[in-house]
Write a protein that binds this ligand. Sequence first.
Ligand SMILES: [Zn+2]
Length: 438
Amino acid sequence: LTARADIEQSMDSSRSPSNDSAFLDDFAMMSTFGATGGGGVDRQAATLEYGRARKWLAGWLAGRGFRVERDRIGNLFGFLELTPGAPYVLIGSHLDSQPRGGRFDGAYGVLAAAHATDRVRNRYQRNGTRAALNIAVVDWFNEEGSRFQPSMMGSAVFTGKLDLENALNTSDAGGISVREAMSAIDELGSNRIGSENVVAAAYVEIHIEQGKTLEKEATDIGLVASTWAANKYEIEVLGAQSHTGATDMEDRQDALYGAALVVAAVRDIADTFPGQLHTSCGQLTVFPNSPNTVAGKVRMHLDLRTSDDPILVEAERNLRQRCAAIELKANVKIDTRRSHSWSANHYQLEGVELARRTAEDLGLRHMEIRTRAGHDSTNMKDLVPTVMLFIPSVGGISHSELEYTADPDLCNGVTMLTELLARIAAGELAGTVSGPRP
Ligand SMILES: [Zn+2]
């Protein structure tokens, strides 16, 4: 290992006030794309504002000598070749947002990755050593899944969990496909997918916590050790369309009534596992959605998320029983299809340990944490050694214009990410190749 004095010297160069203000200026610029009146952004996947944000990022990367390419699902890469032929450490997050979402979710991680990579490149240029790994900044396509389902789409295609053609043919509520929407903003590339395009050796991602733990514990950095498990469902409640006034109550097959009972039941199920199960219905589409017509059909999205796999099995069993009872009570039929799921599983221990040592050397307060939300790292950790970091979120508010993280926390995160990236590029993460630290 490099001597402590050397580490501190190189760390100092990454942590200067001018580096911090350059990051904050760029972050303010990025937050203008799709900016909402309430301080958030509305930048759903493959929209015009999304395309503008990406082109700004691509320009930023190209201007610093990164080779910018998109693959066939529209993941955007900024390749930095430090050692010709070496595999890559990928580092990034996502620029898409929820409708009227926050400006930090995803976008912070992409910009932090770009700045960290640029700082690491400067270190290598200064000291002339050779990196063990090259670096690629990545903006994963459609992490949020608000416009096109499922979420984490770009990283799922990259890791071979989702078929490319299926993903491209997925349509939004207006019938526009991923292929059409991404072509319209010229964000679909011709590069092959996954390892045919880039040989990945590791993945790193930083994100706001979207929870209150770090804030409550007055901690700078969360070292993500594991994920919660999740099941997501598409549900159709089928009734019969009829007149809201004229139809006898006993003859009604009111799909909206059935859907309302499902919404309430799902909340009841969460209450039977206090603190361990999160449930929600995020979207209802009512047909024909007319004031004087009993709904004939309701489509809804529902999710169950939990800290432990057995609870998920129990919650799903509970959900199916409750739906069967609701079918009788509301005189409707309920079709339940599981559309996306992942288990509670661990990030590689070596990555958590490397991040812990890095935070200690930097004098940053740190703790292990679990992620309740899904992230692109959830997919990538199944492919390569992956390190996920969190910074605090004020009040834990996310998927809202009120999402907020203070500047010092943003800057601490970039400092941490830079040092961690430098160590991984030097080969200090087990399972990757090793070389001298810059
Ligand atoms: Zn996110």
